[in-house]
Design a protein around this ligand. Structure first.
Ligand SMILES: NC(=O)c1ccc[n+]([C@@H]2O[C@H](COP(=O)([O-])OP(=O)(O)OC[C@H]3O[C@@H](n4cnc5c(N)ncnc54)[C@H](O)[C@@H]3O)[C@@H](O)[C@H]2O)c1
Length: 280
């Protein structure tokens, strides 16, 4: 769909990273924004940047996407004053990596609640109005981990693979309503997620852990680049967006060169389990 002046766009995870960059990019095109995040100061900052970029920030809401009632009440507020959304973007997410034996049920629940139920809640609350309007676009930001089974990514992969599969189903279900869908599967993106990621069973205060973060940054793309790819996908109604070449290669190997795929996964697993990053 075309992204024209006045287009109504709802974005979760708007306080930083990919959510913020996408909000600013839409603002630059004169979009009307409905922004939400659980991080209040970050959300205010994004709103300020979006206004400076030329957008209209219609509503800001500090809320937790895993709280269905909060999402529903914000959706009602938006629908009452502005009618149906044009674009719904599920970008909020958290990262928690661990071996299964180091995780409690609470860890699994936290990741699934935010990364999978967050988007489900927004879809549940906003989609019926979009369907009545018979147009629109949904963007779900998943991950490389939604496409392949990376070691230590059990809960994160389960949440993101669920989001990828849900998007595949919506692609078929929403066609009759003229609503497009894009699922975004980034590899490394240089965002504050690098600081907030929880890795269980690893001493993240060790100086050599900084080395791991530096390596991540070396092949990470910018959130602005991802925002640009998202906007392009909406315009072309492109379903799958893979944000970097390494991810594309990995995904290709999974389907066409399974031996290489499994070799690389086992190599990564051995590296991670080798004690190089010892348990505290
Ligand atoms: N950065 C990466 O390397 C990378 C790679 C693959 C996928 N992703 C995905 O991209 C999305 C955006 O992440 P980012 O890299 O911009 O990170 P980020 O931490 O900069 O942004 C995530 C935002 O989501 C918000 N958030 C987290 N939990 C929330 C909740 N329960 N309710 C409301 N808001 C909540 C955070 O406050 C934050 O502002 C996430 O879904 C993430 O899983 C990121």
């Amino acid at each position: 769909m075309e992204i024209t002046k006045g287009i109504k766009v709802f974005i979760t995870g708007a306080a930083s990273g990919i959510g913020r960059s996408t909000a600013i990019a839409i603002a630059g095109l004169g979009g009307r924004l409905f922004l939400t995040d659980r991080n209040a100061p970050g959300l205010e900052e994004t709103a300020e940047l979006a206004r400076k970029a030329g957008g209209e920030v219609c509503k800001l809401k500090v809320m937790d996407v895993s709280d269905y009632e909060a999402v529903k009440s914000f959706a009602d507020e938006i629908h009452d004053s502005f009618g149906p959304l044009d674009i719904l973007m599920n970008i909020a997410g958290i990262a928690l990596f661990a071996l299964p034996e180091d995780m409690t049920p609470a860890h699994w629940k936290k990741v699934i609640d935010v990364n999978l139920f967050g988007p489900i809640h927004a879809i549940q609350c906003f989609l019926p109005e979009m369907i009545r309007a018979k147009e629109g676009h949904v963007v779900n930001v998943a991950s490389l981990a939604g496409l392949i089974g990376l070691p230590w990514h059990g809960a994160y992969s389960a949440s993101k693979a669920g989001l990828v599969r849900l998007s595949e189903v919506l692609r078929v279900d929403l066609k009759q309503h003229h609503i497009g869908i894009t699922v975004v599967c980034p590899g490394a993106v240089e965002t504050p997620l690098k600081q907030t990621v929880e890795i269980l069973g690893v001493d993240m205060t060790r100086p050599d852990f900084q080395e791991v973060k530096n390596r991540f940054s070396q092949h990470a793309v910018s959130p602005e680049k991802v925002a640009d790819q998202i906007l392009r996908a909406i315009r072309k109604n492109k379903f799958l967006v893979i944000t970097s070449l390494d991810v594309r290669f990995f995904y290709y190997c999974k389907h066409h060169h399974p031996l290489i795929y499994h070799y690389v996964l086992n190599y990564i697993s051995n590296l991670m389990n080798s004690g190089r990053y010892p348990k505290p």
